[in-house]
Design a binder for this molecule. Structure first.
Ligand code: GRF
Length: 208
């Protein structure tokens, strides 16, 4: 049975929502969010950065901002199901210990199990580089190009038990240009993502 979304409390500049950002890669979206949070008084604050990848470039952004930035690699367990469950258990313990109220996925390349999602449902947000429900999954740019799309974009959505299927909070269109490659399209979309995600988090965390 699908659990309801339970949203976080209403945050304020004096008592901001405690965010954990989960990353796997370069963390350009994380950096945009951290810059946003120091540039104005926000109803949210990043208190923890977690990566499944020891070498995620984004971990260094967190350290520069003096935010605990930890990598939690997959445990060395042979059974893949057990490995996934143990990994999420570790992450969940760290989130609880850090009194996290909202999980922000920003280029986190692992699919969360329904068991984990249900514990946090309504309090996990993701950004995806397409206009969902178009092009879900890990190859959104490639799929848009193969499809011959002339417009794609990005979507901020709540995470549910499916893959990129949760309630949509905001979307913005981005044009696909003649001669685009995955890289050129990705970089055009990221520019928009870096503005959209902080804006949506402002509204979401102040209870709008
Ligand atoms: C973003 O394009 C986001 O939409 C997708 O992963 C990318 C993360 O990039 N989920 P970065 O690591 O923030 O540069």
């Amino acid at each position: 049975m699908s659990e309801p979304y339970i949203r976080p409390r209403k945050g304020s500049a004096n008592n901001p929502i405690r965010i954990a950002v989960l990353i796997s890669g370069s963390g350009s979206g994380l950096l945009a969010l951290l810059n946003h949070q120091i540039s104005k008084s926000c109803a949210h604050k990043t208190k923890l950065i977690l990566s499944d990848n020891l070498n995620a470039g984004g971990l260094s952004h967190g350290k520069k901002f003096d935010i605990p930035s930890i990598s939690v690699p997959l445990p060395e367990v042979i059974d893949s199901n057990e490995r996934r469950v143990l990994h999420e258990k570790l992450i969940n313990e760290i989130l609880i210990e850090s009194r996290i109220e909202l999980i922000v996925l920003s280029g986190y390349m692992r699919i969360l199990t329904p068991n984990f999602v249900n514990k946090w449902k309504g309090r996990i947000i993701n950004i995806h580089p397409s206009l969902l429900p178009k092009y879900p999954g890990a190859h959104a740019h490639r799929d848009a190009l193969i499809d011959g799309a002339t417009v794609t974009g990005c979507t901020v959505h709540l995470v549910d038990e499916g893959v990129d299927t949760g309630e949509i909070l905001a979307q913005e269109e981005v044009p696909v240009l003649e001669g685009d490659t995955i890289e050129t399209l990705q970089s055009r979309i990221k520019k928009i993502e870096h503005q959209l995600y902080p804006k949506v988090l402002d509204a979401f965390c102040s209870g709008d």
